[in-house]
Write a protein that binds this ligand. Sequence first.
Ligand code: UT7
Length: 337
Amino acid sequence: MAENMIPLKIAGIGYCVPETVVTNEDLTKLYETSDEWIYTRTGIKERRVVSGNETAVDLGLKAAQNAIEKSGIDVNDIDCIISAASVPPQLYPTLACTLQAKLGITKTIPAFDMTAACTGLIYALQVARGFIGAGIYKNILIVAADNNTKITNWEDRGTSILFGDGAGAMVVTPSDDGIDDILSIKISADGSIGQMIQTNMPSQCCPLVKQADEVGTGKIIMNGKDVYKFAVTTVPKYVEECIEASGKTAEEIDYLIPHQANQRIIEAIQNRLKYTDDKVISNIKYYGNTSAASIPIALVEGVEQGKIKLGSTAVLCGFGAGMTWGGAVVRLREGIC
Ligand code: UT7
């Protein structure tokens, strides 16, 4: 932490996943695949999918309400909302503005969407840390709510096996005891390899002007092999650097809570840190890749299931489209979820 920065407290964390489950077996109705192929390559057995009129707004709202309740902060004392959705239901009004209204916040606080794909939660945490550290805003709500399945190409068995829907939220505030819950945080990007994961939005040309008439499909196009190679080479080393920056050793940190993209990628980070299974939080089996929401979902569920004991430390790491990646070593106080 830079000198004179106000320390940050992680005050509350919440999550929400849709009820509807789509199993690997269900996917065999769409294309030639098998539970065995998907599970062996990815660690995924099933994922949650929004249904009916349900959208990221509903998931994000519940996750936010849970996080606010745990934080003990009055909803009207929130003074900034950052939404880190990869796939908001609408470009505007932004998800953050929609949530401001749905949460019943009557003050005219700033609310904005900030996209860093699956790394969104870590990016938003760094932005919030800057705001709190500089004394600009106090109580910040971060919401990572994703509807990946709305932009998944359901004819592509190489990508549609991976994604699921879900939301996570965090309330961060100035620390009341002088202890900073962010021991270290780093965010990075390399746009020169951005073509590895793309979603080109549907577009149109002005009828008066000659333009290239390439029209995006709005669906995920991914070179899975390249993403996999990028993830296993870049992320484990980066996580080590985050730990080093925290002033702790890997052994001194209680848990690894990584972005849930592929079990084999999680294991590559685990192996680098030489962590035993009880230190690594993985729930990809039941949710697939929920983008920016995957870390808070894994964290809160890990606490609910007794895998994570609060009053501990964890290294969080995210990576995804952009390409973006980030990591943070955080303190998990009692009562935050
Ligand atoms: O937040 C970041 C998000 N993205 C990721 O984390 C993606 C990282 N990458 C991966 O997880 C892996 O690359 C995948 C799981 C997506 C794919 O695994 P892979 O080992 O890289 O498989 P592949 O795409 O190279 O395909 C190997 C074979 C191909 O058949 P041929 O050409 O060898 O005959 C595919 O057509 O497997 C075939 N294949 C499938 N077969 C059964 C691809 N998808 C499937 C499928 N079921 N669902």
